[in-house]
Design a protein around this ligand. Structure first.
Ligand SMILES: NC(=O)c1ccc[n+]([C@@H]2O[C@H](COP(=O)([O-])OP(=O)(O)OC[C@H]3O[C@@H](n4cnc5c(N)ncnc54)[C@H](OP(=O)(O)O)[C@@H]3O)[C@@H](O)[C@H]2O)c1
Length: 285
């Protein structure tokens, strides 16, 4: 029964090698969508091929690399022809590295913005003609919403940016009836935070003792806050369900809160700035 939902409609999912992207790609293919799953490494493509899923085809797609965006778009166009594509899920994203604004390397700043914001825009631009042909939909994976956390400023900035782009794009694409939905996952069980914490540990090694001392206690607190939050991280089904709704509902929502903790973040976001700062400061005491 689930298979009827997709009925062979082509959907491109970026960042499908692992985490939420992999779950979204697998879920959509199980529901009958024809999924083009973006990966960056041949080994990840092979892993998908070994699963022998008729409805899922891995494509090489690094969202920061214009060459792979072009070749991926051509490969998808070659497979779908004039039918175009029905969905684009901009999922690829990184926290990259945790770090205070004062000390995070500018190379990391550029990398995070390039993947999460510029990359999503570049992929969207390239696939839009195919989406128009397929009377398709766009789903952008943001984060808990418009809230910025210390040590994750650039990640949050990239997602604020993605939300801004999505809001403008939704209106720009209205004449063609191409809906743009934003999915806001709550804390979900993937590797994304562990990788970013590990990289900050490495980057700290390059700081002087005095520089390290400035944020040392906050850094240790951040580690324990993340460890604690990680215990409550949700399964992937909240996000896969939201993506499915955005792709199949007659009237897709503009925003989906996706996770059992989402209300809690929404409440925090709605607080006056000074009250929200107090709550966040308390987390770091
Ligand atoms: N997990 C959460 O709690 C959470 C909460 C809110 C929002 N999100 C958002 O959900 C999305 C997925 O995150 P996740 O938690 O599943 O992270 P993840 O497990 O770390 O997976 C990240 C995915 O993005 C891919 N990626 C990284 N850089 C890329 C690039 N330049 N081009 C193409 N793909 C790239 C990775 O591919 P490689 O394997 O090749 O590196 C991987 O497939 C992200 O946009 C994230 O911001 C996650």
């Amino acid at each position: 029964m689930a298979e009827a939902e997709g009925v062979g409609k082509a959907v491109v999912v970026t960042g499908a090698s692992r985490g939420l992207g992999r779950s979204i790609a697998m879920d959509l293919s199980a529901r009958g969508f024809r999924v083009f799953a973006g990966v960056r490494k041949a080994a990840d493509a092979d892993r998908f091929r070994e699963e022998n899923l008729e409805q899922l085809r891995p494509i090489m797609l690094d969202v920061t690399d214009a060459g792979t965006i072009e070749s991926a778009a051509e490969e998808v166009a070659g497979a779908t022809g004039e039918r175009g594509i029905f969905g684009l899920v901009n999922n690829a994203g990184i926290i990259g590295v945790y770090g205070p604004v004062e000390q995070i390397s500018m190379a990391a700043v550029e990398e995070i913005l390039r993947v999460n914001l510029v990359g999503a825009m570049a992929v969207t631009q390239r696939f839009l003609p195919q989406l128009r042909e397929g009377k398709g939909r766009i789903v952008n994976i943001s984060t808990t919403g418009k809230i910025s956390f210390p040590f994750a400023s650039v990640y949050c900035a990239s997602k604020f940016g993605l939300e801004a782009v999505s809001d403008a794009l939704r209106v720009e694409l209205n004449p063609w009836g191409i809906p743009v939905s934003i999915v806001q996952p709550g804390l979900t069980d993937t590797e994304i935070r562990r990788v970013a914490m590990q990289r900050w540990g490495e980057q700290r090694g390059g700081l002087s003792a005095d520089e390290r001392e400035l944020y040392e206690d906050k850094y240790e607190k951040l580690q324990s806050v993340i460890e604690r939050l990680e215990e409550t991280a949700a399964g992937h089904e909240y996000v896969t369900e939201a993506v499915l709704h955005a792709l199949t509902a007659q009237s897709p929502k503009t925003r989906y809160g996706a996770g059992p903790d989402w209300e809690q973040w929404a409440t925090l976001i709605a607080l006056p700035d000074d009250e929200r700062d107090e709550v966040i400061l308390k987390m770091f005491e």
